[in-house]
Design a protein around this ligand. Sequence first.
Ligand code: HAM
Length: 420
Amino acid sequence: MASAIPPPGTSDIFPAESWRWQRLEQTAAEVFGRYGFGELRTPIFEYTEVFQRGLGNETEVVQKEMYTFEDRGGRSLTLRPEGTAGVMRALLNTDVLNGVEQRVFYYGPMFRGERPAAGRKRQFHQVGVENVGRIAPELDAECIAMLMHFLDELKITGAELRINSRGVMADRGPAGELLRGYFSQHLDGMCADCRTRFENNLWRILDCKQPGCREIVAGAPDYFNAYSAESQRYFERVLQSLDALQVPYRVDRELVRGLDYYVHTVFEIVHTAGLGAQNAIAGGGRYELLLPEQSRPVQGVGFAAGIERLLLTQDALGAAGEPDRDRVIFLASLGEAARLENLKLAARLRHAGFNVALELEDKSMKAQMRVANRLGASAVLIRGDQEIASGVVAVKNMDGGGQSEVAIGGILDFLSQTFQ
Ligand code: HAM
């Protein structure tokens, strides 16, 4: 082993922290379950083309960030950089193509070769949902409201919802021309990246963070007016539904999102507490994917939230909560015979529902009491040769003090009455 430090942009999650992950995942399952979503688990790697086709070849993720490798069979595989493309691939195996709506959620690790920073990792984790097979602005609003509901349950307050419309593919021509005409007159003031974007990824100029570009973008014509009346109506109806659900939002024409599959609604949740520059805790929208061997594209709407960022935000808001503290019974053994008897007693108590800890190395009573204290044990059951010979257990109550002797035959009843 070269070092105890994991590769850049990855982390170990120890028990002192993992209870928070479990709770967050449980909250997600509960909230999303109320909206009819069930969990879908897809592979952590897919054929590379699933992401190339799904996210778009020109996107930064596909161009620069994917962990792609060839397996022993010569297949090109990629560690998933996000969940949507794999979920859509999986749903091909359901009756979504026969018009049956699918509501699924997922969580797990995602991989992007980005420059690590606070809140930006190479292996990060998302919790996400996809609602596939229906097209309705009310559905987009319901999806956003469900995300806000989830944040509420996590006690994440003060998040801002930014929302925009990407129109449909047919709108991109006229709206793109409007922007192209404007940006072509300002190329000199733009950063080098945006000059390249002007050629192959025009819309991403809108969310460039460089001050010079931001100034130019601020003066850009409102391309929304160039969308078809139908697309404009779709978006208005999303906003109307959000109003009806009392979900506050800010329409942001600079929000385009980094993945090519989006149509109509796109949104992002930002939170300024604790995250610095990486302040997007969740993002999503409506998307359209042309699946292999299908002539008709399939639409869905969904989002993904970064679990690390949700936890950091909870930290900053003092909303991390407390782990459930189950009572622990500690078994202290003096001598070999007692260790074997306690091993058996531990099994019996655990099967009866108690959390039991015991020291199985030959340690002094003092050392064993130290462990019991560190674990916050409610009771320590002590046995040596003498207790075994007389069929009793010495029970030390760590909460209220005091020590008593209990017959081994009645120990379960005694513990149930006193410590459960
Ligand atoms: P995304 O905006 O690329 O969207 O990622 C969603 C969230 O994942 C971000 O808002 C952020 O919280 C988290 N995230 C992304 N990259 C990193 C990173 N390197 N380190 C830590 N957290 C990160 C998607 O992935 C879409 N699949 C969302 C979606 C689902 N759209 C429709 N359905």
